[in-house]
Design a protein around this ligand. Structure first.
Ligand SMILES: [Zn+2]
Length: 354
């Protein structure tokens, strides 16, 4: 808030403790340049992150003032940042080793931007001009594909199944091949611990938020259960987004939440499948056949028709033809396969004389 000298906190940060913590951390940054409003995104932010964000905003405001002084005529002092710049701004204060950019034009823009506003990132910028696509070079393409898969393999041979629904995300942990009974309890414990690290990584990678229910493999030992929770807490501590673990429920599931920030990677990259409406299942050929036959019964009562024309997929058409000869011998109807409309029309006309 240029010209102001106090700190305001968003109403949506509800915890009194967190409000006081943030206010105390940000107050020292108020000076003659202005004050600050702490928005909900700051919830759980570290001292370092807030300091770097404040420094960024100060440099930005100084730049605006400088431009205003320089330009006698009307000109733009500040515009909304483009995507690459926004990403750099949002990553202020995080641990990054290197930022590779494969477009010279974009590289020049972000270099100028970091020099002005985020100098600590300038040295980390690197222009990549190799022949191989940059996403292939660093296996990013495959990594994106893997981040959309339901199944995530663990090194030990076990795996996770991640399902994202409207209400919550569920994660199921499974052991791989069967191992002898003697080591079973130990194997289960180790797989669960390994899973905690994989889960923390997947939550960040897929940007999953809201309620998350984890179904660890059942553990008899109370000590093992506690250590799995500790391991999960430790793995989640690296997350920039706020998480909260509620522990085991009565059914032995681990309940946790992760703050929602932007969309999940699946919602960004994918849309709902028009065939199954996002359910991941379609009606079987048999179900569709019976629906068609019931519809014919219905229509037959309503209208006095000699022929029925059915538009169906090739597999449904084949099944229907095979079945209807037995079931509906007395009726005559024409089957037309959608994909081969013209050819089917002739062949079926001549073959369906029953
Ligand atoms: Zn589908």
């Amino acid at each position: 808030m240029p010209g102001a000298s106090h700190v305001g906190v968003s109403q949506r940060i509800e915890s009194e403790e967190e409000r006081n913590r943030l206010k105390k951390l940000v107050s020292p940054y108020c000076d003659e340049l202005g004050g600050y409003i702490i928005r909900t995104a700051a919830e759980g932010a570290t001292d370092k992150e807030l300091a770097q964000d404040a420094a960024f905003l100060k440099r930005l405001w100084k730049k605006v003032l400088e431009r205003r002084g320089k330009n006698a005529t009307r000109s733009m002092l500040y515009g909304e940042l483009d995507l690459a710049q926004r990403i750099l701004r949002d990553f202020v204060g995080t641990e990054l080793d290197l930022i590779k950019v494969d477009s010279k034009q974009c590289f020049d823009v972000v270099k100028e931007f970091t020099e002005e506003f985020v100098p600590e990132l300038t040295d980390k910028l690197d222009y990549y001009n190799g022949d191989q696509p940059i996403f292939d070079m660093y296996d990013t393409e495959n990594e994106i594909q893997r981040s959309l898969d339901r199944k995530v393999e663990l090194k030990s041979g076990g795996y996770l199944i991640i399902d994202q629904t409207e209400a919550m995300t569920t994660i199921d942990i499974n052991t791989g091949a069967f191992v002898g009974r003697r080591n079973l309890e130990e194997t289960i414990f180790n797989t669960n611990v390994e899973a905690t690290r994989a889960i923390a990584r997947q939550l960040r990678l897929r940007n999953l938020g809201g309620i998350i229910i984890i179904d660890f493999i059942d553990m008899i030992s109370e000590e093992h259960r506690e250590r799995v929770i500790q391991s999960l807490e430790q793995a989640l501590s690296k997350d920039r987004v706020k998480t909260n673990i509620n522990g085991f429920t009565q059914l032995g599931l681990v309940e946790m939440t992760r703050k929602r920030t932007r969309e999940s990677i699946e919602h960004i990259l994918c849309g709902s499948c028009p065939t199954c409406m996002g359910r991941g299942t379609v009606k079987t050929v048999e179900t569709v056949c019976y629906e068609i036959l019931r519809e014919i019964t219905r229509v037959n009562r309503a209208y006095d028709a000699d022929n029925f024309v059915v538009y169906a997929s090739p597999t449904v058409a084949d099944a229907l033809r095979a079945r209807s000869i037995m079931l509906w011998r007395s009726w005559r109807f024409l089957l037309v396969s959608k994909s081969k409309f013209r050819q089917s029309l002739y062949t079926l006309k001549s073959s369906l004389t029953w």
